[in-house]
Design a protein around this ligand. Structure first.
Ligand code: DPP
Ligand code: ZN
Length: 858
């Protein structure tokens, strides 16, 4: 059994106080000498067991004396010196362990441990990559001070902490020595070596300390770092102001890397980023890219306290740092931009990714209890639902108690490796509340459904809420959760009625009574106060009141979304019609100049295919991707026909003058103009989009026009695709967008196009390329992927099999596109099952892929 379980957690037998690493860098044979000062944790004899694999052990010594080969047991992923084989003096107290290993970074296509990307060396150690560098107790509750010496040909040699020495060696080689004063787990170790240049700045902390800031990129990319640097400085200031957290080293560095499995990594003092989330210029990055860069820079920086200074005891506690840090980056973005717009976007992502996960075979609790491969648990549930739990806690205890609890958390647990129990206890101690019932959110999987019943009689409004969570894999029985519902009431004219408030549903069913002078239009779950699915029958008239007048912008958007969803669902089911009231209500909202353009753009956006599929599946229906797509097309076309002059006017009004700036206000104007453009393309044959494409002076407008043309299969699409390629062919990050537009196109022939693109000059081993073409096709092209003959499934499975050999982590993550397979009709299910079984039967399938596909099939 390869399963690791939370209940089996045991404290480490040996701790490491100091770790000295010496790297002699060579592309195919890097030598790593590790010297660890270890000490016994606990009493009595204990084997000295280290994690490690995929390297050659050259020598090992204890207190300077070679360890004889027969005293060491090499397992598949470990090295053990039995307690009996340890020298007497070492057994009780501790010793110095030294070992020399040899690794081949150039052959490391999994991008875990030490590997090479575009000629530079870099590392990714979370969660368990460090064990591919040297033998080590590679677990987050072992925290040590690191000293690192790097020798290599590269001009720039980086590691965590502060630089203590550097210089030239013989034969053109150089060395650098780094010391990180803060004890850390091995997963936060980082090394980078390459031909890099830096974009530099400084930050003065609230206590007056000077911090040098450096963003390292390849020569030529220096002029694309300014935005990331600005976001970093704003993040540092924000964390001081809002959480009282100050940076704790003299240097903070970021390196942009082309080949990276994740978005970025919070290594202490040396964050490593996927270059996609650092590099930006108006010509090459969209408004959405700028917003992502800001959020990820903030996220990784915030990890310095929530992740690095206070880390996780074990990987089951991943949400301790990720849920909290996502919540913190969401708060930051909301403060920097429009809070309601950020909230709507976050909820849309949560529903699209996490609700989907929570309703299928990969559902798991925010704190999972078992895993085969921990890399498979960097999920929407751990991250996004994890963040929602923190948001609910804050709502329940109030903002000032939340801050008091966080102060206590930092105070009490600084330097420790903690659990969710530690986290909740801090809130209990700071607020005097009992959170034992709330804690269920961490262990119970599945999205609760809350049904709403309303009654008004003789001045009394009664609201009855009932909750139910459907069974998820391994969890049949579900208990009622603590569900906060923020509410307010409107009267028939849309004015406020009575008081706003917060009620808490914590039983299967509860009724709440309010004295109100007239029947109210209730606005429930304001600002999405709980990650629940709300089932409520509401009249079109009430919906229009909420859409037009709710003081909660989230619920205004929500009313519009619910309206569109119900129409789309009925159309896809072969019935229904496009209600003119929907069009009228949309027109009113999108032309309301008192509203933020970014908000109006969100209202104007139609629901996604997958969102409708999820709704149909939840009601027990069979999902037909073609019917859904057709329904959405009909809606877009009818809406565009009815509002074309309005849409043209909006585009003219939203035009941004002057040079491009990525600020939220101008971005909002562009998003509304481009939402209108996408609709117009349904009725004008692409005329407006062609004009917009040729005059665009920034990537946001250029890409929006290209997408509108390609996705409509407009006559100008081919020409625009060629122009775009000719202009950007040497910029791979921009070409990823070009690939993605084609991969996600619902126009006929997308699969053939994707196949052709995959055959020409396509570096599929790079995760960004793979995601832009292969994963984007599977996850973002429902019509092409679900082609009735199964060609889309076959194509995708072929690629998963190929990628699994090179990079199991990225392959397994991508395979999640199959998780909704039971939503579809029998024919499609049979076709998908064939592909899933073919993947399972692949000789040498990775643990990563085996676990994901196995769970999907179960
Ligand atoms: N680098 C990933 C993140 O920041 C994992 N820690 O979420
Ligand atoms: Zn994170």
């Amino acid at each position: 059994d390869q399963t690791t379980r939370l209940v089996d957690y045991r404290a480490p037998d040996w701790l490491v106080e100091e770790t000295r690493l010496n790297f002699d860098l060579q592309p195919t044979a890097t030598r790593v000498t590790a010297t660890l000062k270890v000490k016994r944790n606990g009493t009595g004899p204990a084997d000295f067991r280290l994690d490690g694999h995929s390297m050659r052990l050259l020598s090992a010594a204890i207190d300077g004396r070679p360890v004889p080969a027969e005293a060491m047991i090499e397992g598949e992923e470990s090295l053990t010196v039995s307690a009996a084989a340890l020298p007497e003096s070492a057994r009780e107290s501790g010793f110095e362990w030294t070992c020399v290993t040899e690794i081949d970074p150039s052959a490391n296509t999994a991008l875990e441990g030490l590997y090479m990307s575009s000629g530079m060396y870099c590392t990714q150690c979370e969660a368990e990559g460090f064990r591919k560098i040297t033998f080590y107790p590679d677990r987050p509750d072992v925290m040590a001070r690191f000293e690192v010496r790097i020798e290599g040909d590269a001009p720039v040699l980086l590691s965590n902490g502060n630089l203590v020495a550097s210089g030239a060696l013989r034969d053109g080689r150089r060395f650098a020595e780094w010391r990180d004063p803060w004890p850390k787990p091995s997963y936060l170790f980082a090394l980078v070596a390459g031909d890099l240049v830096s974009h530099d700045d400084r930050f003065t902390t609230q206590s007056g300390r000077e911090v040098a800031l450096r963003i390292w990129v390849r020569p030529g990319d220096e002029d694309r770092c300014a935005y990331a640097m600005d976001a970093l400085k704003r993040s540092m200031k924000w964390d001081e102001e809002v959480y009282g957290r100050e940076y704790d080293l003299d240097l903070f560095q970021i390196v942009a890397v082309d080949d990276f499995n994740m978005g970025a990594m919070e290594n202490k003092g040396l964050n490593i980023f996927n270059s996609k989330y650092v590099l930006a210029s108006p010509e090459t990055a969209t408004d959405a890219d700028y917003a992502r860069i800001e959020a990820i820079i903030a996220h990784e920086y915030f990890h310095n306290w929530t992740g690095d200074r206070i880390t996780c005891r074990d990987w089951f506690q991943l949400c301790l740092k990720e849920g909290l840090t996502v919540f913190r980056d969401q708060q930051f973005s909301a403060d920097q931009r429009s809070a309601p717009v950020c909230r709507i976007a976050d909820v849309a992502t949560l529903r699209a990714r996490q609700f989907r996960e929570d309703s299928g075979p990969l559902a798991h609790p925010v704190r999972p209890e078992a895993y085969v491969e921990i890399n498979n648990f960097y999920t929407a549930t751990v991250y996004e639902k994890g963040a929602e739990l923190i948001r609910m806690l804050r709502l329940l205890v109030g903002a000032s108690s939340y801050r008091a609890a966080l102060d206590l958390y930092f105070d009490r647990h600084d330097g420790e490796a903690c659990t969710i129990e530690d986290w909740l206890r801090v809130f209990e101690d700071a607020t005097g509340r009992d959170l034992s019932h709330f804690a269920l959110w961490y262990s119970q999987a599945g999205t609760p459904r809350v049904s709403v019943k309303e009654d008004y009689d003789q001045g009394v409004y009664t609201l009855t809420l009932a909750q139910e969570t459907k069974p998820t894999p391994g969890q049949r029985e579900k208990r009622p959760l603590v569900i906060p519902c923020a509410y307010g009431f409107l009267d028939a004219d849309g004015r406020n009625l009575g008081e706003d408030g917060l009620l808490v549903l914590d039983k299967a069913e509860q009724s709440f009574r309010f004295d109100l002078p007239e029947r109210p239009v209730a606005s429930l779950f304001r600002n999405f106060s709980a990650p629940a699915i709300v089932e409520r029958r509401i009249s079109p008239a009430d919906r229009a009141i909420l859409m037009g007048h709710d003081t909660d912008p989230f619920n205004r958007w929500e009313a519009a979304r619910a309206f569109a969803l119900s129409i789309a669902g009925e159309l896809a089911d072969g019935g229904g019609r496009i209600d003119p009231d929907w069009i009228a209500a949309l027109r009113t909202t999108v032309t309301d100049e008192s509203l933020d353009p970014a908000f109006r753009a969100l209202v104007l956006a139609l629901p996604g295919d997958d969102e409708i599929a999820g709704e149909i599946a939840a009601k027990g229906g069979v999902v037909d991707p073609d019917a859904i797509h057709h329904a959405l097309d009909q809606m877009a076309e009818t809406l565009a026909e009815a509002t074309a002059p309005t849409l043209r006017e909006l585009r003219a009004k939203m035009a941004v003058t002057g040079p491009y700036a990525p600020d939220a206000e101008s971005a909002g104007r562009r998003s509304l103009a481009n939402a209108a453009l996408a609709l117009l393309t349904h009725v004008d044959g692409g005329e407006a989009a062609e004009a917009a494409f040729s005059k665009a002076d920034n990537m946001t407008d250029s890409l929006a026009a290209l997408r509108a043309l390609v996705h409509r299969g407009a006559p100008g699409a081919e020409r625009a695709l060629m122009d775009f390629r000719d202009r950007w062919r040497s910029d791979l990050l921009v070409m990823d967008k070009w690939l993605m537009v084609q991969a996600t196109s619902p126009a006929p022939g997308a699969l053939d196009r994707v196949k052709a693109l995959a055959e020409t000059d396509f570096n599929w081993r790079n995760p960004n390329r793979f995601r832009s073409l292969i994963a984007a096709f599977a996850a973002g092209n429902p019509v092409g992927f679900h082609a009735a003959d199964g060609a889309g499934y076959r194509f995708f499975a072929d690629w998963l099999i190929a990628m699994d050999d090179a990079n199991p982590q990225t392959a397994a993550r991508t395979a999640g596109a199959f998780e909704t397979w039971r939503r579809y009709g029998e024919r499609r299910q049979a076709l998908i099952r064939t592909e899933l079984e073919r993947i399972m039967a692949k000789p040498g399938i990775s643990k990563d892929m085996g676990e994901i596909v196995g769970r999907i099939l179960e």
